[in-house]
Design a protein around this ligand. Structure first.
Ligand code: FE2
Length: 350
């Protein structure tokens, strides 16, 4: 049996249109990266929350209180700014074109507002995605089922700009989950995703960690909370920035006394010096991830999800339709400790 781990809100037409209107305003003003957008998003979120009914407010509160680890918004306005349909093009435009495309910028702004609705704010790390808050997730480098005309095998990496399958992970950096550690800010509290195009309904998979941890005994849970693990550097990091790490834990108790996870099945290994029991527990943990409950979400422009990045893993299969394009932002809870490099737009030391 799977306990409820998901909060759902289906927007009324009135709310969907208000969200679209507010997102367009932010987009025209330069999008999530523009000075003042954070404040505009916060105000828009307040207006929208004022229109929710009590059961919808409860769904949000459940996510904020960590009773659920996935927030699903459906019924978002499914049209372009000019009212036309959001039909996919014949081929995915270049990353450069898409990053300045008003429709993509609008979806980023819409995500920024939705993050504010759960008491979080959108931000960027200095070491990641060239310091930009909005990341477009698409097969720009190759590695999908269908080859790109420009594809070169040496460019395909384990990042969200390639088309390869990505096995279960939380988002980097992996030094800590809610406090500053050795000069590093914590991992994102959440990631929010929506789709510009997803013609084949290729899903994003979410795995609640509770379904895995419930199958470990207390000694194994403690083993995963020891600092016996190493991780390799992420390929989404900007060239020359960021690094891997050594002697970190997978599970951590945060500053509020709550459990959280940082893990990446293709980057984490047990340290050579780790006790045999810890190494065995990591093997068991990886096996449990394979059999764990999965929720598959079909992201579309009408759907946006916020994944709690310390209570859920996510993954995806190899990309089949190279026009699939997602819009992703990272969110931090308002009560998290981090090293701020700039307040508006929020830039954080990774
Ligand atoms: Fe990811």
């Amino acid at each position: 049996m799977v306990t409820k781990f998901k909060s759902n809100i289906h927007f009324s037409c009135e709310i969907a249109e208000l969200l679209q209107k507010e997102a367009v305003q932010i987009a025209i003003g330069g999008g999530v990266q523009a000075i003042g957008s954070r404040e505009k998003a916060k105000n828009a979120a307040r207006k929208i929350i004022g229109l929710l009914d009590s059961s919808q407010k409860e769904e949000i509160q459940r996510f904020i209180n960590r009773d659920t680890c996935l927030m699903v918004f459906t019924g978002l306005y499914d049209r372009n700014i000019d009212g036309s349909k959001t039909a996919p093009p014949d081929e995915l435009p270049s990353l450069k074109e898409l990053e300045t495309d008003l429709e993509c910028i609008k979806l980023g702004a819409s995500n920024q507002i939705l993050l504010e609705m759960v008491n979080q704010f959108a931000f960027a790390y200095d070491i990641d995605n060239y310091g930009k808050i909005m990341r477009l997730v698409g097969n720009f480098k190759g590695g999908g089922v269908n080859k790109l005309s420009t594809e070169k095998a040496e460019n395909v990496d384990k990042s969200s700009h390639s088309g390869i399958a990505l096995s279960a992970h939380t988002e980097a950096p992996y030094h800590c989950i809610s406090t500053v550690e050795a000069g590093h800010s914590p991992a994102p509290s959440s990631l929010i995703l929506t789709a510009r195009w997803n013609p084949l309904s290729e899903p994003t998979t979410v795995i609640p960690i509770s379904s895995i941890l419930n199958k470990l005994n207390f000694e194994e849970v403690l083993a995963l909370s020891t600092r016996n693990f190493d991780f390799t550097r992420s390929e989404t990091f900007t060239e020359g920035k960021g690094s891997g790490g050594q002697n970190v834990s997978i599970l951590e108790v945060d500053k509020n006394g709550r459990i959280g996870m940082k893990y990446n099945s293709y980057r984490f290994t047990a340290n050579d010096k780790a006790p045999e029991f810890v190494k065995k527990t990591l093997e068991k943990f990886n096996e449990l991830i394979q059999e764990a409950y999965q929720d598959k979400i079909d992201l579309q422009p009408s759907v946006s999800i916020i994944i709690n990045n310390t209570l859920a893993l996510h993954c995806r299969d190899i990309i089949q339709d190279n026009r699939r394009l997602l819009v992703r932002l990272f969110g931090y809870r308002n009560d998290i400790d981090y090293i701020s490099l700039q307040n508006d737009p929020p830039l954080v030391k990774g």
